[in-house]
Design a protein around this ligand. Sequence first.
Ligand SMILES: [Zn+2]
Ligand SMILES: [Zn+2]
Ligand SMILES: [Zn+2]
Length: 471
Amino acid sequence: MRKPLIVSATAPEHFPHDMAVCSFAELGAVDIAAVSFLIIPLEADWQQGYADLQRIRRHVDFKIYLCPVLFLLSKKNIPPEILQAADGYVFADSEQLTKECNTWAARLEPVNARIEQLKILSDAGDSSLAFKVLRFIETRDTEFKPIASAREQKGFVYPPLLPLFPKDDISPFQVLDYLESQRLLTATFVSRSYSCTHCDCAFLNFFETCPDCGSNDLRSEELVHHFKCAYVGELSDFIQGEHLVCPKCETRLKQLGVDHDKASVVFHCNACSSIFQEPKIMTSCYNCWRETEPENQVSRQIQAYSITAIGMNAARYGMDSLLQSILESKLNVISHSIFKKILKLESERIARYKISTSSIVIMRLAGIETIYEKLGRRSSEVFNEISKALQEQLRSADVFSVRDENIFLILMPETPVQSADLAISRLNDRIVSLLTTNLNIDCTIHKTIKAVSSDIVLDQEIEHLLRTNAA
Ligand SMILES: [Zn+2]
Ligand SMILES: [Zn+2]
Ligand SMILES: [Zn+2]
């Protein structure tokens, strides 16, 4: 049974006394698998508690940065984007605190179960911010909606994601946009907003300026159109005491829309005395004070995000698995364990009848990680091309499997090693030319091709291929 753990340098005043307390520094030594959620006291000065949440979310160990966190509140007026940055909150003075914590533990159980399913991808932890965001979204299994905030320069924020981002670093919008472009997230429209093209600040001032001298010291006046005599003039010329009287035909105007209307507005520039009807709209940024036309500012679609099936897979096993997902959608990819069974049956058949040869191919695409780094958005196009190349070189009788995203296993029945080698060379050339020649990506294909026999132990062959070609 998992238990809550309070993270605080000093034990908070009000809290259930059977709860364990540790400092942030001690967190690394805690058995996190026994923790249902962390509790951070948010005192009157919430900055300290929020900084602790940031330190947790910026950790590289996914068991720590993904761990559910609740705030323990002692006051009520915390800014909403700060409050919503945690998975939830409880009030320190609540008489039901223990009961509420139990309810939260049950509610967060699915989050902890999803964290447990994640694979450790590197001893160094998760360093890619995009990958951390993806894992965070996957484990929360909810739609991430932005809220408007006057405290954040970017205007719209995703409160639970905010603590993951180092200050003034890459924007959450860029990371979310990238993940969406990879089809790891899907987006739904929320709003559209303008932000400064220089500093990305969402706080822009829109104002009218004189098209002749650029001043924004303008006076505007309504234009009145008298139907009977067709005179058009400024409102101030019609005003006589409490009435409107046409300066041309001297008729008293009765009712708007019946004998006259207000056709438009005219502007007077107080700086250069220009008179015009179409002022030039300009924007200035409240952060960097640069001015420009609205069309030069960044118009951004504000969206809500949720995880896709490919995204879920990528969050669990690594982003590299995008290639595997594409391969699986185009080719008949079978699991590693079934591949091993088929290989065993084939070797028994060959040993029994002694009339034919089949080949087993192990291929490893070294350097596939750099495809994401170099191509970003376009990675999936390249993976589609790789899938196409495989589709064309494999025959329907060939059995295909993928391991660890970049190791391809192919069983070619009734194919001597020489013919298999020829087919694989063609495949090799096509993939290498696609990556190296066209995209300037350094990619090497390592391969082992052997005749199927009962001596072959697949895992050993893979191991051998990896070892002999290790960088
Ligand atoms: Zn008139
Ligand atoms: Zn002017
Ligand atoms: Zn700016």
